[in-house]
Design a protein around this ligand. Structure first.
Ligand code: SF4
Ligand code: F3S
Length: 97
């Protein structure tokens, strides 16, 4: 599966959700999560993210390893998101895009 990591936090650009063929993005308050059982590893979302927040589970940077279980735990609790919306553009993402 693919994993949404730290750069998404307080940003939620949501460019990723539009291209996902299986609609497996779920919206948390501060960031998005991918449901690991639904993601088909098509990679379509990876280049869409302006802050490079999405990685294959085998390529998640060491400092963001905790996001793998976080996506699995949080995605089933959140509503699905399939349409782009206005980004949060919080402090943590400014300058990264
Ligand atoms: Fe959706 Fe493909 Fe990204 Fe998985 S890799 S979240 S299936 S767009
Ligand atoms: Fe987050 Fe990037 Fe999608 S910031 S909402 S993973 S486009």
């Amino acid at each position: 599966a693919h994993i949404v990591c730290e750069p998404c936090f307080d940003c939620k650009y949501t460019d990723c959700v539009v291209v996902c063929p299986v609609d497996c993005f779920y919206e948390g308050a501060q960031m998005l999560f991918i449901h690991p059982d639904e993601c088909i590893d098509c990679e379509a979302c990876v280049p869409e993210c302006p802050v490079e927040a999405i990685f294959h589970e085998d390529n998640v940077p060491d400092e963001w390893k905790e996001f793998t279980p976080l996506n699995a735990e949080e995605s089933p609790k959140c509503p699905v998101i399939t349409e782009k919306k206005t980004a949060l553009e919080g402090e943590s993402c400014s300058g990264k895009s």
